[in-house]
Design a binder for this molecule. Structure first.
Ligand code: ADP
Length: 495
């Protein structure tokens, strides 16, 4: 087993990986940029190496500096987390060339899955169902129009190099096609440096259901069931749950087998996720594969009891999987809410800044994978995820109640977070009914305004003004106007 691992990432995911390392007796090396000198991951790592200026290109995306940091500290392996270099085939290759183990799949697999049209072709050849559409990009406009007619409108223009929902356009009629191709291509070019686009059938009223797989270097591949990730804003997930309300045992088995088939076809090694789109008739189609640890991996860990990061490290060290498919069982229901520094009442606009007060929820079945602390300034430079709030309970109903409680207990002051918005979704009738299509937010929450007075401020007043003995619920009901501002109550809250 490795003695030392470098984590080429920041925030909650860097801490998540460090936690697994610590349990395994592996020393950790953190890397940090200028703005992250006092970030939680920098402070938590056994040792930390400064890798450059705050702009990602100068630090967390800088292959050379990260490899140097590993060499300098004697780290034998690098865990890339998610985002940044996690799905960069050149980085995986650079690790290998420098005698460092990349904790993830081989560079070739990352490259193949990194391009949606290459991946689609590979999956078609491997007999995995894919969304009807093209397996090549950049054909001339006439041929693209002919394809669109063939698969039938509505169609979806997608960027071959796509990610994060960028470079995607729904096209409802032939007259809109040319403009959509052009704008998707230019967005893709700006975001990925590659303007290749292609067409897929637009599946109406779909769900996003993905399957977690684990594959070792000895040819063993298993799946760890599904995650339903249909609650999205701007094609980006914000609430995930498992099991999916749309997947029964038979479908689960079919999708699991398709995911294992996808992994086998690609020569997959390590933890990966095969994303499918599931239509109203229960037909599912390959969407893409993510060749890394997913943001939402904890919900799978909660229901299976399997530590995915530990498994990633063991697989990278060459150990065989000591789990067979039939050994993997699920218990209960898990839900994750992503807590970003953003304002749900203002189109999810990022809200970086100083966290004046932070009170994390705790209690039975509650896990908060958090990358920040009270007093930390959330930088503008990076993805503003603060934490992932995960609950596990005996069944979905109990998990919903547990999440409501956890969200209500979550206090973040100084920056905007969507805890109230998430609680409103979780508590809504359509969510409770499991009516979770990817259109959920547009349909049920097209514009959202906070209905409660500022819960966080009320809670802080309660914490600060303990002598008043006010219950949080009463303080919330009274509203912020009734509550002394924290700096009026206690001088030292003015950090
Ligand atoms: P990205 O790599 O940018 O995340 P994906 O291919 O994973 O792109 O798609 C992101 C989301 O966009 C999906 O979860 C789904 O909500 C929607 N989507 C993608 N392809 C289709 C499709 N063919 N039909 C309907 N919705 C789609």
């Amino acid at each position: 087993m490795f003695k030392k691992i470098l984590i080429a990432n920041r925030g909650e995911i860097a801490l998540r990986v460090m936690a697994a390392c610590r349990e395994m007796g592996i020393a950790t090396v953190g890397v940090y940029s200028e703005v992250d000198k006092s970030a939680l991951h920098t402070r938590t790592a056994d040792e930390a190496v400064f890798i450059g200026a705050s702009e990602p290109a100068e630090s967390y995306l800088n292959v050379e500096r990260i490899i140097d940091a590993a060499k300098q500290t004697g780290a034998e392996a690098i865990h890339p987390g998610y985002g940044f270099l996690a799905e960069n085939a050149d980085f995986a290759r650079a690790c290998q060339d420098n005698g460092i183990v990349f904790i993830g799949p081989p560079a070739k697999v990352i490259r193949d899955f990194g391009n949606k049209t290459v991946a689609r072709k590979m999956m078609v050849d491997g007999g995995v169902p894919v969304v009807p559409g093209m397996t090549e990009s950049n054909l001339d406009a006439k041929r693209v129009a002919a394809h669109a007619e063939e698969i039938g409108y509505p169609v979806l223009v997608k960027a071959a190099a796509g990610g994060g929902g960028k470079g995607m356009r729904i096209v409802n009629a032939p007259s809109e096609l040319a403009a959509a191709l052009e704008s998707a291509a230019s967005e893709a070019k700006a975001a990925f440096g590659d303007g290749s686009v292609y067409l897929e059938k637009y599946i109406t009223n779909p769900r996003h259901v993905e399957i977690q797989v684990l594959a070792d270097t000895h040819g063993n591949i298993i799946h760890l069931f599904e995650r339903e990730c249909s609650i999205q804003r701007r094609h980006q997930k914000i609430i995930e749950e498992t099991p999916s309300t749309a997947v029964n045992d038979e479908l689960r088995q079919k999708m699991g087998e398709a995911a294992v088939q996808a992994a086998a076809t690609a020569g997959y090694v390590n933890a990966g996720t095969v994303e499918f789109i599931l239509d109203e008739d229960g037909c599912f189609y390959f969407l893409e594969a993510n060749t890394r640890l997913q943001v939402e991996h904890p919900i799978t860990e909660m229901i299976t009891g399997i530590d995915l990061v530990r498994r990633q490290i063991e697989i990278a060290a060459g150990l065989p999987l000591d789990l067979k498919q039939e050994d993997v069982t699920a218990r209960g229901h898990a839900i994750e809410c992503r807590i970003y520094a953003e304002d749900p009442a203002n189109d999810f606009f990022p809200s970086p800044g100083k966290i004046v007060c932070l009170k994390e929820p705790t209690g039975p079945g509650i896990r908060n994978d958090c990358g920040v602390y009270q007093g930390f300034t959330v930088p503008v430079e990076y993805d503003p995820i603060l934490s992932k709030l995960v609950v596990h309970a005996e069944n979905r109903e109990a998990a919903i109640e547990r999440m409501k409680k956890a969200l209500a207990d979550y206090v973040v002051i100084g920056i905007k977070t969507p805890t109230q918005f998430l609680a409103d979704i979780i508590d809504s009738q359509p969510f409770r009914e499991g009516n979770t299509l990817t259109s959920f937010i547009d349909t049920y929450f097209p514009s959202w305004e906070p209905t409660l007075p500022d819960k966080d401020l009320a809670a802080l007043a309660f914490i600060a003004d303990g002598m008043a003995g006010k219950r949080v619920a009463d303080a919330v009901a009274e509203g912020p106007a009734e509550i002394p501002l924290p700096w009026q109550t206690l001088g030292h809250w003015r950090l």
